[in-house]
Design a binder for this molecule. Structure first.
Ligand SMILES: *Cc1c(COP(=O)(O)O)cnc(C)c1O
Length: 396
């Protein structure tokens, strides 16, 4: 048999972590890696954070799973906390980002359906978006590698260029339910939307009674220096998908919505066997205990500024490789002049973990708990690696 026991859908690298400690991962042979990838913006508190591991251990010994057939004191408590901290009035818990986006899409469609406008089912979405790998979420992007071979895609999505307000507004017609976007595109190459774009979409939604759906699966949960990125745009969405960092590594996601946006989501319209289980709720609470306060968020902004300027100072020494830095907080991207995937692979051989993204960007997504010494270690090692790196002929 040629196929591997793990379905071979990932180009798995030779890095094989078996243990983690703070900002470091250790491989099978004891190799040490500085982890500035955080499991793709997931391990906000690094590895083995005592508050998170203790919360999970204690909850695991108390109660792991019951069912959404029963009352959920744990779910109510975390939902209350999230609604207190955000624009939202109500929360549906999921186990992943794609499920959180799915719930957001269903919530938007049900809103218009419940208003007697079932034809308003179409979401305007944006080029190079990434919303997950389910049928609905791949239907919401134009990225060929996500959709090739999976036709027929789900109808009801119209993709227009990102950050192009005119194109977004021109795509609205009588069937439009709203807009679905990442305020800071992650997988597509760390692209923050402009303020003018976001406020224009918000105004159009207010004007035409459309739903504004934010996918903050990657940029949410303190990553950009505010609990959610929308806060920095001075507006609020109607529906928001969160996941990745919210469980600190434990599978947890959520769809947050205003009372109005969720008005169609009545008993029987949606569900999840595992969603909102007590163990996931304990992980979510532990993460919020650490990150959801002004002091921690201010530190993320400060650390983000330091990392960004350290990267910017290094770039002129390697301007054959790097073009510039973009992003917000500790969600940073280094735009490269050659294939970022090849360089990210090379960095792994030097003990540095980063993540490639679209548009030849290298994502730099450290745990939010990094300190000055980690920044120095990362930038020094990156600079040394860049000096030794030979751009592969095929990637030039
Ligand atoms: C990772 C990601 C998703 C999908 O999350 P999964 O947990 O892999 O399903 C959706 N949207 C964005 C913006 C993401 O970065």
């Amino acid at each position: 048999m040629a196929i591997t026991p793990l379905m071979p859908v990932y180009p798995r690298s030779p890095v094989r972590p078996v243990r983690g400690e703070g900002v470091y991962l250790y491989g099978e042979q004891g190799e040490k890696y500085l982890d500035f990838a955080s499991g793709i913006a997931v391990n906000l508190l690094g590895h083995g954070h005592p508050h998170l591991t203790t919360a999970i251990q204690e909850q695991a010994a108390t109660l792991i799973h019951v069912s959404n057939l029963y009352g959920s004191p744990q779910g109510e408590a975390l939902a209350k906390r999230l609604t207190d901290l955000t624009f939202a009035d109500t929360v549906f818990f999921t186990n992943s980002g794609a499920e959180a986006v799915e719930c957001s899409i269903k919530t938007a469609r049900r809103y218009h359906h419940s208003k007697g406008n079932p034809h308003k089912h179409e979401l305007v979405t944006f080029s190079n978006a990434f919303h997950g790998r389910t049928m609905a979420t791949i239907s919401a992007t134009d990225q060929v590698k996500m959709i090739d071979g999976f036709a027929p895609l789900l109808p009801g999505f119209k993709v227009v260029p990102f950050d192009d307000l005119e194109a977004a507004l021109a795509a609205v017609d009588d069937n439009t339910a709203g807009f679905l976007l990442e305020p800071v595109q992650g997988e597509g190459g760390i692209r923050p939307a402009s303020h003018q774009f976001i406020s224009g979409l918000r105004a159009a939604c207010d004007d035409k009674d459309l739903m504004l759906l934010f996918d903050e699966v990657q940029c949410g949960v303190a990553r950009t220096g505010t609990l959610y990125a929308y806060e920095q745009y001075g507006i609020a969405p109607d529906i928001l998908a969160t996941a990745k960092g919210i469980g600190g590594g434990f599978p947890l996601g959520a769809c947050l919505a205003t009372e109005k946006a969720a008005s169609g989501m009545v008993v029987g319209t949606h569900g999840s066997t595992f969603g909102g289980n007590p163990l996931a709720m304990a992980a979510g609470q532990a993460v919020l205990d650490v990150v959801a306060n002004d002091e921690f968020l201010a530190r993320v902004r400060q650390t983000g500024d330091r990392l960004r300027s350290a990267l910017e100072q290094m770039i002129p020494n390697h301007d054959h490789l790097f073009e510039g830095v973009r992003g917000m907080g500790l969600m940073l991207g280094v735009k490269m002049k050659s294939d970022s995937r090849a360089f990210v692979n090379y960095l792994r051989t030097r003990g540095l973990l980063t993540v490639a993204a679209g548009d030849n960007v290298m994502r730099v997504l450290p745990p939010l708990i990094i300190e000055e010494a980690h920044i120095r270690e990362f930038v020094d090692a990156l600079s040394a690696a860049a000096a030794d790196y030979e751009v592969p002929a095929a990637a030039a």
